[in-house]
Design a protein around this ligand. Structure first.
Ligand code: AVJ
Length: 342
């Protein structure tokens, strides 16, 4: 009978993780109120993000994929350039925050063309995303051996388990670095650098700041699309807190807002309280019950998405112990993919 009734399992699955409870308490009791963007990515939020990447306004994914389609061969060739006695290094590709690895197949296929057999190590916090990534790569790119690693590369000094007899090409693509403040971005890349050997490579995908051919309006539209998908993605964090913490947010009482902050060179996402209202969160592992007061127009700052100039990319890489080797941009200078050397 015990085997047929795993009674605890469903309870455990719906109980809030301590990390969510602690993060929410810290963020919503501070001034101004904030929530960390990793909270977006529950099952629903991950699905909404996948939808965002297919929106006409959200050029980031499309432009990066186009850059890979055009330059994958050159990227792999440059990543494998000779160094010292190592005239033709074998590459192993490691991807931070791989998710479902939808764009990575293009780079892996180019690596297979060069060296026949390729080891690919996706790292992600989501086991289900990694399972999908593995399926995707196994089905579409023969010649690749996938070795998954479930880990949070942002908080731990993660051991990458890099193979000792090959050169590592670390992928940190999709503008994921954009969620971090300049200091945190430097620390994330420094942690990565500490796991690499001289000559190893990093391929970094960064969204670019507005300029001559990229308008602020275009940037804002990418974070406030006509279909309302990004608004749903933003509000979904409140839905998550209701479900996982028993909070009583009315998500419709908050407006989605995307702002361009020129002095910080970042898009900010906010949830703006439409009315003066109170929200309750019951006691949990992180502390006693909370009553939160929202003034009309007060916001919860839910995300920063930093936008770079080419010089900023170079400085960031340098501050983390990498040297910029080459970078590729689309003709409209909307997005950049940069190759750096450890
Ligand atoms: C996953 C962090 C790259 O900042 O563009 C998309 C997340 N937020 N739309 C980004 C996001 C709103 C995305 N990153």
């Amino acid at each position: 009978a015990d085997l047929l009734l795993p009674a605890n399992e469903s309870l455990l699955a719906s109980s809030p993780t301590d990390a969510v409870a602690a993060e929410v308490r810290a963020g919503l009791t501070s001034t101004p109120k904030t929530l960390s963007p990793w909270l977006f990515y529950d099952e629903n939020g991950s699905r909404l993000f996948e939808q965002i990447t297919e929106l006409p306004e959200y050029y980031l994914t499309r432009v990066e994929r186009d850059l890979f389609a055009l330059y994958a061969g050159e990227i792999i060739e440059r990543a494998a350039e000779p160094l010292g006695d190592d005239l033709s290094p074998m590459l192993t590709l490691i991807e931070l925050g791989a998710g479902t690895a939808t764009k990575t197949g293009i780079l892996l296929a180019a690596a297979v063309r060069r060296q026949k057999a390729v080891v690919y190590q996706p790292v992600d916090v989501s086991e289900t995303a990694l399972a999908e990534a593995t399926e995707n790569i196994r089905a579409n790119v023969p010649g690749v051996t996938v070795r998954c690693q479930v880990a949070d590369y942002t908080t731990q000094a993660l051991p990458l388990n890099r193979l000792t007899d090959t050169r590592t090409l670390a992928l940190y693509i999709g503008s994921s670095i954009g969620n971090f403040s300049p200091e945190d971005a430097r620390d994330v890349l420094r942690n990565l650098r500490a796991q690499l050997l001289p000559g190893d490579k990093l391929l970094l995908g960064t969204d670019l700041a507005p300029g001559k051919s990229k308008s602020v309006a275009q940037l804002l539209a990418a974070y406030n699309d006509a279909s309302g998908t990004t608004a749903a993605f933003n509000r979904n964090v409140l839905v998550r807190l209701n479900r996982e913490l028993g909070a009583d947010f009315n998500p419709e009482a908050f407006d989605h807002e995307a702002r361009w902050n020129p002095s910080e060179s970042r898009i900010e996402m906010h949830l703006v309280s439409r009315i003066s209202q109170q929200v309750h969160i019951p006691a949990n592992s992180a502390g006693p019950a909370l009553t939160l007061q929202f003034a009309r127009g007060e916001t919860i700052h839910t995300e920063n998405s930093y936008k770079f100039t080419p010089v900023r990319v170079q400085q960031l890489l340098q501050s983390a112990g990498f040297e910029l080797s080459f970078s590729w941009e689309n003709s409209e200078h909307a997005f950049a993919v940069s190759l750096a050397t450890a």
